[in-house]
Design a protein around this ligand. Sequence first.
Ligand code: SF4
Length: 238
Amino acid sequence: MPADPATPSLEPSSAAKSESDGGARRLRVTEIFHSIQGESTHAGRPSYFVRLTGCNLRCRWCDSEYTFSGGEWMTFDAIFERMASFPRCDLVEVTGGEPLLQPAVNAFMAECLERGFEVMLETGGSLDLSPVPKDVRKIVDLKPPGSGEVDRNRWENLPLLQPWDEIKAVLADRRDYEWARDACQREGLFGRVAVSFSPVFGELHPRQLAEWVLADALPARVQLQLHKFIWEPDARGV
Ligand code: SF4
């Protein structure tokens, strides 16, 4: 049974006590921090962020290139210990890089759920979602042409989305907008999951994107990268 959601547990797990630490219970981590959720329908919520190392994509406008290499191997318990050093909150966001490159991430997210946390996963949308624990809230990117990675969208993932999952498309220009609009309509995403369209910071004015969405009467949310407005646009660990 999950723990009481009001009091998520950061104590060492019974699994950790019963296992000698195997590679299955560790992850390569770029950073762990406590901040405000910035890019989903949960924007504004305090969250722990676990940013994993490595990405199989190279989006043109990527702001997380520092995740591509380096990082530090951490056991699950070391990750929970680090989270416990911050003020308490009930949400864990696993992000990257591409978190799904590390298969152990699914066991980590399952353990977060067992401990009573809500868990969100941000993924670039190119890898199989089927191993992800069902109760994880998946924020799945659609990569438009302007990203340079449009051919990597894994369309087979879309039928796997649950009502609590979300689609996010980061858009650089009108071509990207039309592509994302048409893809969401063609794949029946509107009305099935929340769909957010975000402008590439510094390239597409949010007002322009809002006007396109309004003119097309599109049921998409225009979403800003909240943390870039609260802190410096290139600040890390926020
Ligand atoms: S998927 Fe994310 S981390 Fe990877 S290159 Fe694209 S924007 Fe950067």
